[in-house]
Design a protein around this ligand. Sequence first.
Ligand SMILES: [Zn+2]
Length: 265
Amino acid sequence: MRIEQLGEGTPEIAVVAAVHGDEPCGVRAIERVLAESPAVERPVKFVVANEVALQQGVRYVEEDLNRAFPGDPDADTYERRLAADLAREVRDCTTLSLHSTQSYAEPFALVDTVDAVARSVCPYLPVSVLVETEAESDGRLIEYPHVVEVECGLQGSEEAVDNAVELIHSFLEATGALLDDEPVAGYDRDEVAVYRLGRPVPKNGADEYEVFAENFERVAAGEAFAAAEGNELVAEEPFYPVLMSPYGYENVFGYRGERVGVLDS
Ligand SMILES: [Zn+2]
């Protein structure tokens, strides 16, 4: 784990990258922001979490770090020990954790529940979608208070890096970290649509997968939304796909979501 800091004192604001080693956008964005070395009013901690996985270009080395919290310093796996270290680093911080996906090109935010921190930070981020993950938060960094996760775009793309830089800037503005910078909300609150993450859609050990549905666009009952080796999966009830892609995850396509409303409702 690599830690850098802008400003003097004990940070109450953190930016975390490389929870997953095959999502390099966050690290590259942090390096760009550190190179700019902006003047800060409040100190900010930058954490590159899974350096070993990052170096190997893999999601994780022994187990998924984002399923290993709270972690344990004496655990058998590298990621479970790392989870304990990372949890300690961000414990007293309002934290932005940067990810990227294979499922959606536009940036969106995820929180455990829409609480005061989510309401004060998310309207200032360049996102139009916020996902509440409460039902599926177990073992993830996001289950800690004051953590906002963002998906910056498609894994490995330059756009994801640009989006990540913009997300860091707007997060630092929203938290009052930047000197002489009044936060400017990128979106009216009623433009941030809120979805709740529901049950995962499991895979069945096939070799070939397809997804027909678009993320955050309603799938009707009776609609074929994906296929495994040519066999269609048909929705029994309507839902909104979230984080759904053919090969983004090993054991699930993604998640069934429900649309809850907009951020201010
Ligand atoms: Zn990730």
